[in-house]
Design a protein around this ligand. Structure first.
Ligand SMILES: [Zn+2]
Length: 148
C-alpha cells in the first residue's frame, strides 16, 4: 500500500502529495491553499480533470451534467450528499458538458447524467442515469480494481 496519496488540486491543478493518515486533517493545496478534500463537489475544467485522472490515487468521481438536463438537476443534491458522506475517502467533481462541449467526445458520452470514477491513472467504472445518494456513495467506494 502507498503511504501517501497524489491529489491534483481541483482549483489550480497542482499535484499534491498527502500522507494517507492525513487525509482526514483537511489537507490544503501547497500552491494555492484550496482544500484538497472538500465535502462538496467541485466544478472542474477539462484540463484539470485530465491531469487529475492521470495522477490521482484517491477515487475521483466526476458528474458529467448540463444545465438543460432535468435528471442532472435532480441528481445534483444526491451527488452532494454522497460527497459529504464520503468526505476524505473519495473526491467528487462536476463538469458542465454544455460549457465544455469537447468532453462529450473525449469520454465518448452518449447520455447524461453520467458518473465516471477515475483512480490510479485510469477510468475504473461508469454509472449512467440519475441515482440516489446511497447508490452514488456505493459506486464511489468500490475497491480499486487489481491490475491484470
Ligand atoms: Zn491549488
Amino acid at each position: 500500500m502507498t503511504a501517501s496519496h497524489h491529489l491534483t488540486c481541483l482549483a489550480c491543478a497542482a499535484t499534491n502529495r498527502v500522507p494517507a493518515d492525513r487525509l482526514g486533517d483537511g489537507p490544503k493545496c501547497a500552491a494555492c491553499g484550496a482544500a484538497l478534500l472538500d465535502p462538496v463537489p467541485r466544478d472542474v475544467d477539462p484540463d484539470t480533470l485530465r491531469k487529475a485522472e492521470r495522477t490521482d490515487t484517491l477515487p475521483l468521481v466526476v458528474d458529467f451534467w448540463a444545465p438543460w438536463c432535468g435528471p442532472c438537476r435532480v441528481m445534483g443534491p444526491e451527488f452532494a450528499k454522497a460527497a459529504q458522506a464520503l468526505h476524505g475517502q473519495a473526491r467528487f467533481a462536476k463538469i458542465d458538458t454544455q460549457t465544455h462541449g469537447a468532453v462529450s467526445q473525449r469520454y465518448g458520452i452518449r447520455g447524461i447524467p453520467l458518473l465516471i470514477r477515475f483512480r490510479n491513472g485510469q477510468e475504473e467504472a461508469r454509472l449512467t442515469g440519475a441515482r440516489p445518494a446511497a447508490e452514488i456513495a456505493r459506486f464511489a467506494s468500490e475497491p480499486a480494481r487489481t491490475q491484470a
